[in-house]
Design a protein around this ligand. Structure first.
Ligand SMILES: NC(=O)c1ccc[n+]([C@@H]2O[C@H](COP(=O)([O-])OP(=O)(O)OC[C@H]3O[C@@H](n4cnc5c(N)ncnc54)[C@H](O)[C@@H]3O)[C@@H](O)[C@H]2O)c1
Length: 315
């Protein structure tokens, strides 16, 4: 298994939007990173973007020395040279299952025997990429958000073959070294973030078809759903609404729209039958113990006020 020391040398394959951002992410944490792509031109372009961005950040006073941070990044077109000394290799190439499989196949031959191979895929199951590779116990999904040096969240997805040690070492690296919030996703298409992304974006586009303006779709998120979901998440938010009301609204929409709008599995129907309706009965998706619902609602109001206060200068 790689030692924490070996994770001080990393590689990023693919120097597009995400690969460039990932190289910056590593460099900002003082971690050496080789950045690889198919052509010198693409690497040059990425390197120029990195230096422009770092010098801009330096001018704004966000970082001390752009040159020092850039010094952690080495662009390298030769794949073997780019990966052979790294403990962690992150793939950020085109979202194409066969291209990713082919790359991981090569990595199994040319990278260090115990190195971790991470895929930044947004939606492809890790098992689909790793199934027939001899390195499959060291392949793991690490889905960074864009831009990765700013966004706090990372999704971690082991396949059925990923070893427990690889999961733990990768998680420690992300949480302790990089300082990310990590969520563990099952190896399902789209993981967690992009299942939401797909559902929300597709509903937004449907609403345009039904006559809502583009601006109003975004306004609803900016001034309402984004605020509530941002503070509580959709499940705690549903606890505040009431699971019975959520259920009834979902049923009505499903009937009128002729497609499933409220997914209600058996266990949720049971919960509602047991009077676990959310904050108003002390238990829903979450357990609120003996705290009075008035106190929980008051806390909610305070949280919303604070969030709106933070946002008040935003346009
Ligand atoms: N763009 C986003 O917001 C975002 C966010 C999270 C995850 N992702 C995921 O990250 C990955 C990269 O996305 P992107 O938006 O950076 O794509 P991109 O098109 O900007 O960059 C991909 C880069 O990979 C290079 N490439 C392709 N095959 C290669 C190979 N075999 N070896 C080396 N380089 C190769 C391409 O030349 C290109 O420069 C995808 O899997 C994507 O789903 C993207």
């Amino acid at each position: 298994m790689v030692s924490p020391n070996e994770l001080k040398q990393t590689s990023v394959i693919g120097a597009g939007i995400m690969g460039t951002g990932l190289a910056i992410t590593m460099a900002l944490k003082g971690i050496s990173v080789f950045l690889n792509d198919l052509t010198e031109d693409l690497l040059h372009e990425s390197n120029k973007h990195i230096s422009d961005l770092l010098f801009d950040l330096e001018e704004r006073g966000s970082i001390e020395s752009a040159a020092k941070i850039q010094g952690n990044i080495v662009v390298e077109k030769d794949l073997k040279r780019a990966v052979e000394s790294s403990g962690l290799i992150i793939e950020a190439i085109t979202e194409d299952p066969s291209a990713k499989r082919e790359l991981f196949r090569k990595l199994a031959d040319i990278a260090m025997e115990d190195s971790i191979h991470a895929s930044n895929t947004s939606v492809i199951r890790i098992s689909e990429i790793a199934s027939d590779l001899r390195s499959r116990d060291r392949i793991i999904g690490v889905h960074w958000m864009n831009p990765p040096y700013v966004a706090p969240l990372v999704e971690l997805t082991p396949s059925e073959w990923t070893s427990k040690e690889v999961v733990q070492v990768t998680r420690d690296f992300l949480e302790k070294t990089i300082g990310k919030k990590v969520v563990l996703s099952p190896d399902i298409p789209g993981f967690i973030v992009n299942r939401f992304h797909a559902a929300v974006t597709s509903e937004a586009i449907r609403l345009i078809d039904e006559g809502v303006s583009i601006e109003d779709v975004d306004k609803v998120w900016k001034y309402h759903l984004g605020v509530l979901y941002g503070i509580f998440g959709p499940l705690k938010n549903a606890d505040y609404i009431g699971l019975d009301t959520t259920y009834l609204a979902g049923m009505y929409l499903t009937q009128r729209l002729g497609r499933e709008m409220g997914y209600v599995p058996e266990w949720l129907i049971k919960k509602i039958g047991n009077n676990e309706l959310g904050v108003k009965t002390g238990r829903g998706f979450y357990d609120y113990g003996n705290e009075a619902s008035s106190s929980l609602y008051a806390k909610r109001v305070q949280a919303i006020r604070e969030e709106l206060e933070c946002r008040k200068d935003q346009k």
